[in-house]
Design a protein around this ligand. Structure first.
Ligand code: NAD
Ligand code: MG
Length: 380
């Protein structure tokens, strides 16, 4: 059966890979909704390519500009537009690929209106994983991971009894500074941090991959997606990014998922789950890869992993604080108002200073997110 798909954040890096999947699988996927915030030129091109999609622009002015080019369309905009797309009656699944936590509300709205959710925006699971998973359980919806590591784990688990899992092993490329010294890290520029060795991605996640906060966020994301405690979630550095993650079972067997370094595959598997089809992802030639290396992460040099483990273990508002402080600090780093090590220093400080709530409501999580952003901003 054809999946009718809404893509929130269609003009970004994940959005573009999703379009490649949709182009390659016209029998399996129909795009029924597309949103983009700033890049109206790209949204217009996508609207012409997928003429049956409802559109949502970032604001009223861009919606009007798009409307002038597309007289047959009603162009939505802003938060209410995202809500309309997320709850579109003709959609089966909503892919949230908006950077940061701006996709949280539409994600919850999609689940509440009986859709499945494909999650690229790991930040929403870090901030409010309990609420998202509870909404899915209440409505009987699926939360399917697009993040390559979690998608790999989904493929490795393949219906196996969760009681047989010994640990999840997330692989991590190590980012562009895998072999750096503390002195090197002090002088890192945005240009250097944005140069990822194996993946081409949006700016925020590229910086997160350089600090290893990306992997920290992914540990917390894994805890919610698979219902696994933090102490059973490990990270191993794997510079080639070919093994996308692994599951170790109680009998000592480790099952790994391998494929080319291309987000099209996890996106496709999330959208067509549990079916497999020949898609746009290039086949993997192991002989040309040659070797696969694994090493311990350098937690002394990259405090992000320990901070995330602490936040994920404590739970409550702490993951939301870690995530929001990181988002604010990454923005400040990209604007050259904060040094590279200033990112984890800001996160650590916000985790110390923002008041902790053990069993927060959604409103308290939103308040913790706000407080963490201002805790970072106040120091700059
Ligand atoms: P990106 O910056 O390339 O694209 C972000 C998209 O979100 C754009 O379409 C933009 O218009 C939209 N957007 C941004 N802010 C918005 C807002 N406030 N309201 C509405 N729309 C907004 O980002 P990306 O690299 O595609 O990443 C998107 C998400 O997917 C992130 O959460 C990231 O962590 C996750 N992810 C990305 C990759 C990757 O390979 N790029 C891999 C795994 C997970
Ligand atoms: Mg990932």
């Amino acid at each position: 059966m054809k999946k009718r798909v809404v893509v929130l954040g269609a003009t970004g890096s994940i959005g573009e890979s999703t379009m490649r999947v949709a182009r390659a699988l016209p029998e399996q996927i129909k795009i029924v909704g597309l949103s983009g915030r700033n890049n109206t030129t790209r949204l217009l091109e996508l609207a012409r390519e997928f003429p049956s999609a409802q559109l949502c622009a970032g604001n009223e002015a861009s919606a009007a500009a798009l409307g002038a080019e597309l007289p047959d369309h009603t162009i939505l905009h802003g938060d209410s537009g995202l809500e309309q797309l997320a709850t579109l009656p003709e959609a089966d699944i909503v892919l949230v690929a908006i950077v940061g936590t701006a996709g949280l509300k539409p994600a919850l709205q999609a689940l509440e209106s009986d859709k499945d959710l494909a999650v690229a925006s790991k930040e929403i699971l870090v901030m409010a994983g309990e609420q998202v998973m509870a909404a899915a359980a209440r409505m009987g919806g699926r939360v399917l991971p697009v993040d390559s590591e979690h998608n790999a784990i989904l493929q490795c688990l393949d219906g196996k009894d969760p009681a047989t899992i010994k640990r999840l092993i997330l692989t991590c490329s190590g980012g562009p500074f895998r072999n750096a010294t503390a002195a090197d890290l002090a002088g890192v520029t945005p240009e250097q941090a944005l140069r990822h060795p194996t993946w081409s991605m949006g700016r925020k996640i590229s910086v997160d991959s350089a600090t290893l906060f990306n992997k920290g966020l992914e540990m917390i994301e894994a805890k919610w997606l698979f219902g696994i405690p933090m102490e059973k979630i490990d990270v191993v550095i794997h510079p080639q990014s070919i093994v996308h993650s692994m599951v170790e079972f109680v009998d000592g067997s480790i099952i790994a998922q391998m494929s080319s370094t291309d987000m099209a595959l996890p996106i496709q598997y999330a959208l067509t789950y549990p079916e497999r089809y020949a898609g746009p992802c290039a086949p993997l030639d192991l002989a040309s890869v040659g070797r696969l290396d694994f090493e311990e992460p350098r937690t002394d040099l990259f405090p992000a992993l320990d901070l995330a483990r602490r936040a994920g273990t404590a739970g409550g508002t702490l993951p939301a604080v870690l995530n929001a402080a990181n988002e604010a600090a990454v923005d400040a780093f990209l604007a050259r108002r904060l040094s590279f090590p200033g990112i984890w220093e800001s996160v650590a400080r916000a985790m110390e200073t923002v008041p902790f709530v053990e069993h927060p409501t959604l409103e308290q999580l939103i308040e913790a997110d706000r407080a963490a952003r201002s805790a970072v901003g106040d120091r700059l």
